[in-house]
Design a protein around this ligand. Structure first.
Ligand SMILES: O=c1ccn([C@H]2C[C@H](O)[C@@H](CO)O2)c(=O)[nH]1
Ligand SMILES: [Zn+2]
Length: 127
């Protein structure tokens, strides 16, 4: 498993997911060469839940400032497999490389699959 994906897996262990039990972790490598990790954080008021991807992206902005750009992002859910949700795709697009060339990796049938954000969110608003 790639380094970024294994860091995402470690981050998933920290998830606060008492409602869905979906423990999701994310790792982001920025153009500046730094790595940030994060997990999903749920709430008794379900709609306030924040996905692992957006939690991680917002940490990266908080650390590097508004020019932060994402080179690569990996996401993993313990015991399940899925790519980033639609809301997270839109936020990844906001901080992506020109032309949506940021690479997004997730598991599919046990294997890492990598797609650009432009592939995951074609004809995106703002891209
Ligand atoms: O892209 C996604 C989609 C869902 N979740 C989390 C939110 C919630 O806590 C749980 C079930 O939806 O999974 C993520 O972290 N990332
Ligand atoms: Zn999401």
């Amino acid at each position: 498993m790639s380094d970024l994906l294994s860091q995402a897996r470690s981050a998933a262990e920290k998830a606060y997911a008492p409602y869905s039990k979906f423990q999701v972790g994310c790792a982001v490598e920025t153009v500046a060469g730094k790595i940030y990790t994060g997990c999903n954080v749920e709430n008794a008021s379900y709609g306030l839940t924040v996905c692992a991807e957006r939690n991680t992206l917002f940490q990266a902005v908080a650390a590097e400032g508004p020019g932060m750009k994402v080179a690569r992002l990996s996401v993993i859910c313990l015991g399940h497999e899925f790519p980033p949700c639609g809301a997270c795709r839109q936020v990844i697009a906001e901080f992506s490389l020109p032309g949506g060339r940021t690479e997004v990796t997730f598991l599919q049938q046990g294997q890492p699959v990598t797609r650009t954000i432009a592939e995951l969110l074609p004809e995106a608003f703002g891209l």
